[in-house]
Design a protein around this ligand. Structure first.
Ligand code: DAH
Length: 361
């Protein structure tokens, strides 16, 4: 027993003296390892008489546990100290100003989205949202595009695999499904915009598989096409920051509106420069129309009492136009040089009072 106590004191002193994780590990191997001293003593138990073993067994086990615990505690202490040292060495002084070449900027899509939201909020619209992974019903059927309808082919849809009921979800091809979801959940009068991501299997200079739209929907008892025109005229003048925008409505076809139109704005193209609002050229920027009564009925709204208009605008297209960005694909390549060139100052929130696009870097 005397020996074991002495041995314990000796090893504990060595553990206390160990000043690195390596030194501790060497100690552990030397004492508790397969060929270690304590393990050797434990092996000796087999050759003892039962009497001797009765006292030596528990004493040796006690020694083994005490030393094992002491090594673990010392290890934890050393590891914590190492972590503290590392954390102290890796601190960043966030009060230092960021050098201009490392400063982040707001993506033009985010900027344009903020501008659009600001303009429509000023006209009393609230923002609605829907899922990117959409049910076939909301993306198509409820919008008066039943299965086999030719309009489905215009959408280059990304389909998911069929589920056990034979239903397929889709990546929404437009923001129009949010119209239906909003009408299902809320009672008219309604006045919402629904900005968000949309997806189609298409890619060239002016198309990317993921792009952005903003949907607009106004429903009440008396809203008519004149309100639609007034609303879009106000939007275009505010967005392009010009006093007058030449607009024209061309008859068009969308299954979810009746009548339907596409809206062009006047522009000039000279020496590669595009000027919005004047000139003899036209540029298509959105689709719109009076909500088809069938869509109202699909969403549970009485179409004999309520009516309204809807529109869908391509956000990326607007950003390209307003900020003179020639290739849509570059929007999503995350090239830092591009982001620095076309990005916006992050803290300049667009407001109608102070000018929407004051924050260009
Ligand atoms: N959803 C249409 C598209 O992506 C755009 C659109 C057209 C939306 C007319 C509307 C609308 O709300 O009334 O091509």
């Amino acid at each position: 027993m005397q020996d074991i106590d002495a041995l314990q004191s000796e090893i504990l002193a060595a553990i206390e003296a160990a000043d690195s994780l390596d030194a501790l590990e060497n100690l552990r191997v030397a004492e508790l390892g397969k060929k270690g001293r304590i393990s050797g003593l434990m092996k000796g138990l087999g050759g003892m008489s039962p009497e001797e073993r009765k006292t030596a067994g528990p004493a040796l086990n006690g020694l083994k546990n005490t030393i094992g615990d002491a090594i673990q505690t010392a290890k934890d202490t050393l590891e914590n100290a190492a972590l503290d040292a590392r954390l102290a060495a890796e601190t960043i002084d966030i009060s230092l100003p960021v050098p201009p070449e490392q400063r982040g900027t707001l993506h033009p899509i985010s900027q344009v989205l903020d501008e659009i939201t600001e303009i429509f909020a000023d006209m009393g619209f609230t923002v609605a949202e829907g899922p990117d992974i959409e049910e076939d019903f909301y993306n198509f059927t409820a919008l008066n595009i039943p299965p086999e309808h030719p309009a489905r082919q215009m959408h280059d849809t990304f389909y998911f695999n069929e589920d056990e009921n034979g239903d397929r979800k889709v990546l929404r091809t437009h923001t129009s499904p949010v119209q239906v979801r909003t009408m299902e959940k809320n009672k008219p009068p309604l006045r919402i915009i629904a900005p968000g991501r949309t997806y189609r299997s298409d890619s060239d200079q002016t198309h990317t598989p993921m792009f952005h739209q903003v949907e607009g929907l106004v429903i009440d008892e008396k809203t008519h096409m004149g309100h639609l025109k007034g609303c879009l005229d106000t939007f275009c003048r505010a967005f392009f920051e010009v006093d007058n925008v030449k607009m024209r409505f061309r008859p068009s076809y969308f299954p979810f509106t009746e009548p339907s139109a596409e809206m062009d704005i006047g522009c000039t193209r000279q020496d590669g420069e595009l000027r919005i609002g004047e000139g003899d050229d036209w540029l298509e920027i959105l689709g719109c129309g009076m909500v088809n009564p069938r869509v109202l009925e699909h969403a549970g709204i009485d179409s004999t009492k309520y009516q309204g208009f809807a529109f869908g605008i391509g956000i990326d297209r607007l950003a390209m136009l307003k900020y003179g960005i020639p290739d849509l694909r570059a929007f999503f390549e995350s090239d830092l040089r591009w982001l620095r060139n076309y990005g916006f100052r992050t803290l300049d929130i667009p407001t109608l009072g102070q000018g929407l696009s004051g924050g260009t870097v």
